[in-house]
Design a protein. Structure first.
Length: 319
């Protein structure tokens, strides 16, 4: 019995091993068949390929949020770099010694890469001297120069700053300049092809007009480039006791017109009185001559004999 049981158990185990081996071989063959035929695995591979391509594209291209943010930052930086701005400023400083302050101001501006473009000085006395200086300063040193002039020279009384964006104006001038240059080149080419004297003269007149326009545009471009390249700073230095009047704001409307009219009336009255004062000595000196002329004129009128008028005669009816 034990042998039978062992035999049955051994047979069962062998059959189980055979079934397991057949099942594994079938699945392996199915896999091989599907790989070779492409009936089952092909759709999976096809669907996986776009997914991998999408992942690769997503890895190459930045996300929309990163792209938008980067674009905004780059656009802002580009806009700041391309802006063409003219900086102007004026400052009034009270100094102990105006002459020494003028020299110090020149040194400050020169060390910053600027230069002096205009200078006006008035030497009434050591305490009432005044000086008006106009400097050209690089824009990147403009704020630093303002700070040093306000602190190092003396007491800062006032300061005004202004900016003017000329980006669109410069772009317009550059565009017109390019068009004028192209038009001039076309006219010069046309001049070479002119056959008659009339055509030559007409083209030359057009060339002269275009050259004048081109020179005007080039002058505008140069002036704008100069103003943008260097900021303009006007510095007024006054002595310790010099009186400084702050500019008053002009009233608008009716009060502004009334003030302007009153100022004009006062100016006209001053001019009239000045003219009268200049003529009054001449009038006083000429009074005796005028009186003599009037006296002689009246005397001649009195001595002139009167011609008697004949009485009216009888008319034709009385005759």
């Amino acid at each position: 019995m034990r042998r039978i049981r062992y035999g049955i158990a051994l047979a069962t185990a062998c059959s189980a091993l055979l079934l397991a081996g057949c099942g594994g071989g079938g699945s392996r063959s199915d896999v091989l068949t599907s790989d070779s035929g492409g009936g089952v695995a092909a759709p999976a591979v096809a669907s996986a390929a776009p997914a991998e391509a999408q992942e690769q594209d997503a890895g190459k291209q930045p996300s929309p949020q990163r792209q938008d943010n980067g674009g905004l930052v780059s656009n802002v930086k580009l806009a700041q770099q391309d802006r063409q701005v003219i900086y102007t400023g004026s400052m009034t400083v009270r100094a102990k010694q105006v002459t020494a302050a003028v020299q110090q101001a020149k040194q400050i501006v020169t060390s910053a890469g600027g230069y002096l473009s205009k200078e006006e000085t008035s030497s009434a006395s050591d305490t009432e001297d005044t000086a008006l200086l106009e400097f050209k300063v690089p824009p990147d040193k403009y704020a630093e120069v303002l700070t040093r002039l306000g602190k190092d020279l003396g007491k800062q009384l006032s300061m005004n700053q202004g900016t003017q964006d000329v980006t669109m104006r410069m772009a317009d001038v550059n565009s017109r300049l390019k068009s004028a240059q192209q038009s001039l080149d076309s006219l010069r080419t046309l001049l070479k092809k002119a056959d008659t004297i009339g055509q030559v003269l007409q083209v030359e007149r057009e060339i002269s007009a275009r050259e004048a326009d081109l020179e005007s545009l080039q002058a505008q471009q140069k002036e704008l480039a100069t103003q943008v390249a260097m900021a303009t700073l006007t510095l007024r230095l006054v002595g310790p006791v010099t009186e400084v009047k702050d500019p008053e704001e002009e009233p608008a409307g009716f009060l502004g017109g009334l003030k302007a009219g009153w100022t004009a009336l006062v100016s006209f009255t001053k001019i009239a009185l000045t003219v009268l004062g200049a003529l009054l000595p001449w009038l006083i000196a000429s009074l005796p001559l005028i009186a003599l002329v009037i006296y002689l004129a009246r005397r001649n009128r009195v001595r002139r004999p009167r011609v008697p008028t004949p009485p009216p005669g009888p008319g034709p009816e009385a005759a």
